[in-house]
Design a protein around this ligand. Structure first.
Ligand SMILES: Cc1ncc(COP(=O)(O)O)c(C=O)c1O
Length: 417
């Protein structure tokens, strides 16, 4: 929904929200009225139904039916139900997705699988701009497997050159966590295949934020996060995706009983399930999986195309309004200007970005800071309004213009930034 012209008053921004078909989606979340929440790229807000649902599982199911709940309330089928909904969000078939563990752990599994699927090649290729956990995890994997693998980390601009015939897997985060830069999934996947490699995508900042079609783009493997744009709650289970064409050959490196075709046969021989659930390891965390289901069902029920239109309108307008209102106040856009190459977040550089973000947070405009100098704002289209953009930029202007960030308490760093 790109407006013909950007609002020039708060009133006009409110009018845009009234005309927006997605505005009712916001009511499905519990968002305090006093807060402008621009951090759904770190932790999505709480779906309204979560309290009742989790309470029901705790009281009626776990409390009353105890262990019978695995069958009576189909706890055992919950990961697959959530996986089927996530599949519909990322352009996948239900049997291709497994839900559980963290993004980091799933990445370990899939990177190991990629090496296994490409025995003649030993290199995991990624870019320096990647999220550090992706590098840590694969560095650990390479150490574990000894001489049969190597990790090649190059600046983004050198990726094409580094994609040589020794590469087993090109591992990229689709939307850059710092700048919001979005890779062309189809083009990089094609390039990987032409070099004889597989393409492994980290969708942490993409799933629920931008339209995805993993099957159309011929991707091979992917992981993603449950607690960001899928609104699954703090530390929500993550997901992993394997293209159907690879499923037969996939051997998971962490063979757990929940990935066994018949876990209750207690057979010592590991026989994986036929689908991606072979990636499951241990007993699913039913309480957090229930919360994740609440978030995922909201996103699965919404039109990703409509969400994308609104996301582009929000990010375009946020950039436009910030640059206009805060001109000369030390901000520099760190996100791509081209919306085609941008996810659902906008980042600005500022010399005092940490303090500026603390001042914003104190005034209930919640974004986050990322090293070394980024103010990062997530504009999740499911609940961020045009009026939020208006109000957030007004507060940002007030802070920058009045140097209100220049206070000792805004220099204190907590453990989580
Ligand atoms: C791109 C990316 N990958 C991976 C992770 C780590 O996810 P998890 O904590 O589920 O391992 C994050 C967390 O923010 C992320 O942004």
């Amino acid at each position: 929904m790109k407006p013909v012209k950007w609002p020039t008053t708060r009133h006009e921004a409110e009018a845009l929200d009234r005309a927006d078909d997605l505005t009712p989606l916001r009511d499905r979340f519990d968002l305090p009225d006093t807060v402008i929440y621009l951090d759904g790229n770190s932790l999505g807000p709480r779906p309204r139904v979560v309290g009742d649902r989790v309470r029901r599982v705790i009281e009626d199911e776990w409390g009353a039916d105890l262990i019978a709940s695995w069958n009576r309330h189909d706890w055992i089928g919950l990961p697959q139900r959530v996986a089927a909904q996530i599949a519909s969000i990322i352009g996948a078939a239900p049997g291709e997705v497994a839900v559980g563990d963290s993004t980091s752990v799933n990445l370990f599994k899939l990177a190991a699988i990629a090496l296994d699927l490409r025995p003649g090649c030993r290199v995991i290729l990624t870019e320096e701009e990647n999220f550090p956990t992706d590098v840590y995890v694969t560095e650990g994997l390479v150490r574990l497997v000894g001489n049969s693998a190597d990790l090649r980390v190059v600046p983004r601009r050198d990726l094409a050159q580094a994609l040589r015939s020794d590469v087993a897997v090109l591992m990229l985060t689709h939307v850059d966590f710092r700048s919001g830069f979005m890779h062309d999934m189809a083009a990089w996947t094609r390039a990987a295949h032409e070099a004889g490699a597989l393409a492994l995508w980290d969708l942490a900042h993409s799933a629920g934020a931008v339209p995805l079609d993993l099957r159309r783009d011929h991707a091979d493997l992917a992981v993603g996060c449950g607690y960001k744009y899928l609104n699954g709650g703090p530390g929500a289970p993550a997901f992993a995706w394997i293209a159907e064409r690879h499923l037969d050959q996939v051997r998971t490196p962490i063979q757990g009983w929940m990935g066994h075709a018949e876990p209750f046969a207690f057979d010592l021989r590991f026989r994986p399930t036929a689908d991606a659930t072979r990636l499951a390891v241990g007993t699913p965390p039913i309480l957090s999986m229930t919360a994740l289901e609440c978030g995922v069902e909201i996103m699965a029920g919404a039109s990703m195309a409509a969400l994308r239109r609104k996301s582009v309108a929000l990010t375009e307008w946020f950039i436009h309004r910030t640059e206009e209102r805060c001109r000369g106040l030390g901000l520099e856009l760190a996100s791509p200007r081209d919306p085609e190459r941008r996810g659902s977040q906008v980042s600005f550089r500022h010399q005092r970005s940490f303090a500026v973000m603390q001042a914003l947070i104190q005034r209930k405009v919640i974004g986050d800071f990322r090293e070394p100098d980024l103010l990062r704002f997530g504009l999740a289209p499911a609940y961020v309004r045009f009026v939020d953009v208006w109000d957030a930029v007004e507060v940002l202007h007030e802070i920058l213009h009045g140097r209100l960030w220049d206070r000792p308490e805004y220099r204190v760093r907590a453990r989580v930034t």
